[in-house]
Design a protein around this ligand. Sequence first.
Ligand code: HEC
Length: 266
Amino acid sequence: MKVKMKMKTFFRAVSLAAVAAVGLSLLAAAPASAASDGEKPIDMQWSFEGLFGTYDRDALRRGYKVYKEVCAVCHAMEYVRYRNLAEPGGPEFTEGQVRALAAEITVIDGPNSDGEMYERPGEAKDRFPKPYPNREASAAALGAYAPDLSLMNKARFGGADYVYSLLVGYEEAPEGFAVTTGYYNRFFPGHLIAMPNPLSDGQVEYEDGTPNTVEQMAKDVTHFMQWAAEPKLEQRHRMGFQVLIYLIALTGILYFAMRKVWADAH
Ligand code: HEC
């Protein structure tokens, strides 16, 4: 009888530990809360949210196009290389497509054997091009430094929800609000942003027939930026799932092992 009690207590402890582990991992995955004097971001549903979240390949490909044709005029994405676009868990362009996309840019390489720098077409190993050589040049041209977008979704409170909201948050300033510099945005802290409204309906041609509204393009480019900030999300989620299965299996094995070990003890 006593042994049975012990076994029960042990089993309970193991399951408690498993529940605690799962709880902790859920807590760790919770997004940072919003804190700013901009409006609270719109709460969007993203396919990459939650324990089993994944990226939507088509959204990533459309998002890349929006980035390239619109945002890249002002913003760099210096941690992304063309070859990343072909890696599993991302937009998964083919190697051929990646080579073609990279070849659209011109890279200064060198020095060659004569000690001279030279131009060549981009290759899969190259980083996305920078529109300005440094922060100062960007700020001088645009009124404020247009920050690198590679890690933006991780760098701002509200993450993807904030970035999406910002992109759809341009409107007329309310009566009595003095627009001294820049543009009025509901979600930007302080409401006055140096970035002009970058998106308008129909701006980017979508090859897959998805309606190219401002909301859709904002959603797609935010999806793409989330991937850029967290390219290993799918692998991480898969690993989390495997750990969960492992914990459950281990709990079962321990339970039956305990039963066997103590079977003759009463
Ligand atoms: C005409 C240039 C220009 C274009 C095009 C542009 N941006 Fe910006 N962006 C800026 C500037 C300048 C800032 C800095 C604003 C400030 O600090 O007031 C900025 C800031 C941002 C921020 C940071 C806001 C914050 O909280 O600090 C995000 C996010 C952003 N842009 C996303 C985008 C995306 C996505 C696109 C493409 C759809 C885009 N931008 C297109 C110039 C641009």
